[in-house]
Design a protein around this ligand. Structure first.
Ligand SMILES: [Zn+2]
Ligand SMILES: [Zn+2]
Length: 187
């Protein structure tokens, strides 16, 4: 039997040439077009609360991604009013991204939310400074729930216009959040 092509140590148990251990730790990212290991992965994939690979980089039907959908809605509920609609416009602009500076794993860190700032004033397009602290608290520190953390990790897997299909489905989910009255954008 051949050796696992990732660790080159254990026997390759599966047709994909990976051992039992690496098979669950390694996943393909369709955006980077590379294999990623959980310890040194790209930004587009993560393991969700059901311990499955998830994120914009995971091939599959994005619209069927219930974990991400429920998570994103939970995240918007955990965030202050106005967040969902501002996020909607940021993603729609094709310029949304996040950047986390984390000194240590699990210690929070500081987040940059990109794509919110528009050249003209609009209350639903402008990022509030406190959101960056609050989203790290909600998602990175898993302060509220695993669902919120799933939504947070899905969101940080989006990157500008590199993730068009995942962006499109996220806009649809955000419309569910915005449909609850006061979140509706003004025209
Ligand atoms: Zn292996
Ligand atoms: Zn990737």
């Amino acid at each position: 039997m051949d050796k696992c092509r990732w660790c080159e140590d254990r026997e390759a148990d599966y047709e994909n040439g990976l051992c039992e251990y690496c098979d669950s730790e390694v996943s393909e990212c369709v955006i980077c077009k590379s294999e990623e290991h959980i310890d040194s992965k790209c930004r587009h994939i993560f393991k969700d609360s059901e311990w499955r690979w998830n994120g914009s980089g995971v091939m599959g039907d994005y619209y069927d991604n219930r974990t991400a959908k429920v998570g994103l809605i939970a995240l918007c509920e955990a965030m202050p009013r106005g967040f969902a609609s501002a996020l909607f416009y940021a993603i729609k602009s094709g310029r949304f991204y996040t950047f986390l500076m984390a000194p240590m794993i699990g210690s929070g860190g500081s987040m940059t939310l990109g794509g919110f700032d528009w050249p003209f004033f609009h209350p639903h397009r402008v990022r509030e400074p406190r959101w960056e602290k609050e989203i790290v608290k909600a998602g990175e520190e898993h302060g509220d729930s695993e669902e919120v953390a799933d939504g947070y990790h899905w969101l940080v897997s989006l990157y500008k216009d590199e993730t068009p299909e995942a962006n499109a489905v996220t806009l649809r989910w955000l419309m569910l959040c915005m449909g609850r009255g006061t979140e509706a954008p003004k025209r």
